[in-house]
Design a protein around this ligand. Structure first.
Ligand code: SF4
Ligand code: SF4
Length: 344
């Protein structure tokens, strides 16, 4: 805990600032000098907590809004210091026939009290999710303002899902705008429209993920209805918001010709109103994070090969044909500083 104004809400994983009187999410990372989360050089704030359950999630540490523990077994020396402080016996030591000690770690018993993180001298434990005040986040991001100004960059609120914390997202966006910083949000748009509407004056760019246009798969695999998302995109367009669409393309989930046809049909309606579409090919770089979070067994994409760009060319060409500015892999910061109607 780093700020006296921040108090833990007993019933939940969130924090509220008595100064700002709003619920503040945990932050997994503030990443500086990002080149792929919007135009120019950006600082990306990763918010912890998401209502969706995409099984390929590239940021699995941001799915659960609660604080979590990374465990790096290869760094563990079996010293037993964590077992001495663990209140629930989630960490315990057993001695083998050769008297060598081995750590047993039962995640189901872990309450994320994090006592073992301080106790471990081998850095075999890490905290996922920090409490930061809005002031601290602003301060961190403002430090790179000269880079934003020179590159056409700014701040991107990502996650996780920023709209899961609408008051926080609104407040921090207002504060960034006061600092004359360009604000982008990476979102699924799965939220009540009134929450998105309140953000319109403060968000310069909405980067909206569409996971699939198959309503049934959206409901069963992603865990929420598709129609809310599509209606919100339509309302963003009616309100002249700047929008880029992200299409994560996942092997075996949304990479058939039929899927691509559905994208062409849907996005052709919006083509004149989008800044562009970024095709994001699946990669399994996140596999290690699932392992560190103790979820390696349930990760369905273990060993699945990255999608080569050439497999995405028919999708990219089809989108171009309907008049959409398209990238494979997303904007590469310095190469695209195009913006429209920036509110300051
Ligand atoms: S976080 Fe707390 S409960 Fe979990 S293993 Fe560490 S000491 Fe035990
Ligand atoms: S304190 Fe660290 S190194 Fe020692 S047993 Fe626990 S995790 Fe392993």
């Amino acid at each position: 805990m780093n700020d006296l104004t921040i108090q833990k809400i007993k019933s939940g994983p969130f924090y509220e600032s008595s100064k700002e009187q709003i619920r503040i999410p945990l932050i997994t990372e503030i990443q500086r000098y990002c080149l792929q989360d919007g135009p120019g050089i950006r600082t990306t704030v990763f918010i912890k907590g998401c209502p969706l359950k995409c099984p390929w999630c590239h940021n699995p540490e941001t799915q659960n809004p609660k604080r979590e523990l990374y465990f790096y077994p290869e760094k563990c020396t079996g010293c037993g210091r964590c077992a001495e402080v663990c209140p629930t016996n989630a960490s315990s030591i057993s001695l083998g026939p050769d008297k060598a000690s081995t750590l047993n770690f039962e995640r189901s018993k872990c309450i994320a009290c994090l006592k073992c993180v301080d106790a471990c001298l081998s850095q075999a434990r890490g905290i996922v999710g920090q409490v930061l005040s809005i002031d601290e986040i602003i301060q961190e991001a403002v430090a790179d303002k000269p880079f934003y100004e020179n590159s056409g960059g700014g701040v991107t609120l990502s996650g996780g899902e920023p709209l899961l914390f609408p008051e926080f997202t609104l407040e921090i966006s207002k504060r960034f705008k006061k600092e004359l910083i360009h604000v982008a949000i990476e979102t699924s748009c799965f939220a009540e429209w009134r929450k998105i509407k309140s953000l319109l004056p403060y968000i310069d760019l909405f980067i909206v993920d569409i996971k699939t246009l198959n309503p049934e798969k959206h409901k069963t695999v992603i865990g929420c209805p598709l129609d809310i998302i599509l209606k919100n995109i339509e309302k963003l367009i009616e309100n002249h918001a700047n929008i880029r669409i992200h299409l994560p393309i996942i092997p075996g989930f949304n990479n058939t010709e039929k899927d691509y046809e559905a994208y062409f049909k849907c996005l052709s309606k919006f083509s004149k109103n989008l800044l562009g579409v970024d095709i994001l090919p699946f990669h399994c770089y996140a596999q290690n994070k699932y392992i560190l979070l103790g979820r390696g067994d349930t990760y369905q994409f273990a060993g699945v090969e990255d999608l080569p760009q050439k497999e995405l060319l028919p999708l990219a060409r089809g989108l171009k044909q309907i008049g959409i500015d398209v990238t494979i892999g997303g904007l590469v910061g310095l190469g695209d500083i195009k913006r429209r109607n920036l509110s300051t």
